[in-house]
Design a protein around this ligand. Sequence first.
Ligand code: APR
Length: 240
Amino acid sequence: MRNIVILTGAGISAESGLQTFRAADGLWEGHRVEDVATPEAFARDPELVHDFYDARRARLGEVMPNAAHVALARLDAEWAGQLLIVTQNVDDLHERAGAKRLLHMHGELLRGWCVACDARFGWAGAMGEGATCLHCHSPGKVRPDIVWFGEMPYEMDRIDAALMNADLFVSIGTSGAVYPAAGFVQTATYRGARTLEINLEPSQGSIFFDERRYGPASEEVPKWVEEVLVAKEPLKPPPI
Ligand code: APR
């Protein structure tokens, strides 16, 4: 059996109704990314940043996984080889679709992080500036457990290990604009994996992929998953 690593980005959740980051207007839900998704922004204006993430967290209750999330969960359940879904997304749509072998490299909206005692814990409702840590009970020290620009993504050791072993790397719905995720295709290539991009349009790193499929994730991902499960091979062999 073969080993598959899948990277997902905001594009996989777009058809569920969640806005991607790099929309045509360059804003994320009306904000500049620097104003809401950096540690400096949080230090400067914690109320604005909390309001922003409280709204994103509340929005999760209004959206559902789409056919792309469902197809990846099916692949996870049925693929007997190693498989890891690495998502850059902070939504919970992969897990709600049933994916188990999943890792959130940019954190999760539904988790809080206490900067006083370093505990991380599930968080469902609004957080706001006055949130109290569930462990040390300090008030005002809980922030969204989200990896902001300038912070280190989570679980890089596990991701690197999976990429080292991968036979196939698939990138879905990501613009390839943000490292280190944007560099996974090259790491996988150096280790001898085949690589596939599924996106609405060519990403910034599209030239690095062996195979490219362009279209809505809700159509392209189920099609690809079906092919893989029928063929029991993650990718067709390279042309001779
Ligand atoms: N199907 C497939 N791809 C789509 C769809 C769709 N229905 N809709 C949009 N896309 C593609 C876009 O063409 C774009 O290339 O998804 C990509 C989304 O790119 P970004 O908005 O840049 O999102 P992402 O790549 O996930 O961003 C990476 O940047 O802001 C940070 O930490 C944040 O995790 C995020 C990271």
